[in-house]
Design a binder for this molecule. Structure first.
Ligand SMILES: [Fe+2]
Ligand SMILES: [Fe+2]
Length: 251
């Protein structure tokens, strides 16, 4: 399974999971793919099949957290759609959806990402490099590098969306307000899609790779550190967003 190009070390386009698997089978040339029928980034070709009962409990915990995130994403997506349909007028339902998402973003998603970065990624990075699961560029790039990259983009796009939603109502000019809401809507949609694809890649590619290359002993250490990390994160302060009041940037 490769989600980086071995030649350049660069991240393959969104079609990468397809390419990743067909490289061993017949090569599909770009020309054969109709623009009307783009390869699905979520194609089952991307998956490495691992039964849940064969996955380490640390990976199962991360997967569980992804399920919670997916539920909140659905609530947020419904809210942002309704908001647009109503011509960008807030109601309680929309407001609750926004609040739920941004609270979850700060209090659950960011800690989840930090936990992956601190506890799982360093061990997995070593294992991937050792087993040649990386690009062949000057600097070897692995699936872990790409997932870390995604985490940074979440923060950027999440902050942008949050700030645009706070900025828009301050315009007196109706057109500027609607334009800003449109930009906020688009960045929210992009964020939702990006997070969904990230979850898909971790569940179906990264975690199976981890299961394959990380030893039982290492997993035991990972589980220990996960529990320690959990307690540290609970001690840190929780943020609270309120979207019907003026707000400032929260990070
Ligand atoms: Fe992640
Ligand atoms: Fe994750």
């Amino acid at each position: 399974m490769k989600i980086v190009d071995r030649e350049t070390g660069k991240r393959l386009k969104e079609v990468d999971p397809v390419k990743a698997n067909v490289e061993k089978d017949a090569e599909i040339s770009e020309g054969e793919l109709s623009p009307m029928d783009p390869p699905d980034a979520y194609s089952s070709y991307a998956s490495i099949e691992v039964e849940n009962d064969k996955m380490d409990e640390s990976l199962m915990q991360f997967k569980k957290e992804h399920e919670n995130l997916t539920e909140v994403l659905e609530v947020f997506e419904k809210a942002i759609h309704e908001f647009k349909e109503l011509g960008y007028v807030l109601n309680n339902n929309i407001n609750d959806g926004f609040k739920k998402f941004f609270d979850f973003f700060d209090n659950d998603l960011l800690p989840h990402n930090r936990k992956e970065e601190k506890v799982l990624f360093p061990v997995l990075q070593k294992a991937l490099l050792k087993n040649n699961e990386h690009g062949t560029g000057k600097k070897p790039v692995t699936a872990v590098d790409i997932m870390e990259d995604d985490h940074v983009k979440f923060i950027q796009l999440g902050s942008l969306t949050f700030n645009l939603l706070g900025l828009a109502p301050r315009f007196r000019d109706e057109q500027s307000k609607l334009f800003t809401y449109d930009v906020a809507y688009n960045s929210a949609k992009e964020l939702i899609e990006m997070i969904r694809l990230h979850i898909f890649r971790e569940d179906n590619t990264l975690f199976p790779l981890a299961q394959k290359y990380i030893s039982q002993k290492e997993f035991e250490q990972i589980c220990l550190e996960m529990n320690m990390h959990e307690n540290e994160d609970i001690e840190s302060t929780h943020h609270d967003h309120n979207h019907d009041h003026d707000h400032h940037h929260h990070h």
